[in-house]
Design a protein around this ligand. Sequence first.
Ligand SMILES: [Zn+2]
Length: 182
Amino acid sequence: MQGNPVGESAYPVNPAGFTIHSAVHEVREDAGCVMHLHTPDGTAVSSSKERLLPLNQTAQLVIPDLAFHDYEGVALDHDERPRLQKDLGEKNIMLLHNHGTLTVGETCAAAFLRMYYLERACTMQVRTRMLGSAEQDYPVAQDVIDKNASLVAGDGFSRLAQHLVWPALLRKLDRTDPSFRN
Ligand SMILES: [Zn+2]
């Protein structure tokens, strides 16, 4: 948990990457996989005071499980870990302000699907902003937003990832190039 190798490896550890991932693994027994990205659209939304808005269905399925963490500089300092842990709490999706995106899953499938939805929602928001300011946003009724939030309560997202999405992605990979299984 201090970022030191415990076995033989030809590869070094990225200290900043280790701080963020180990913060989650230290406190979340359920975290089988932690993903963290610096994509243009994810970082753009993380750098906006609007944060992620319920502009569309994809965002509405992300927001109920979304947490936020303020930027403290390149994450070389393990002192940041308790603050990241507190900000994440029991949620599984995070915008790291001025930095990027993060998701947690019991499986790689769940972490991947949450990241796919989060990144898609960020791209959709960036495109919506390209069409005009917030006054131009087409409204969504709060009861519709609430109804969609109820769909992602519990383990619905994980089951969707594990039983529907991930197997389909693996079938596609097998058709494209099955050598990843080696
Ligand atoms: Zn990062």
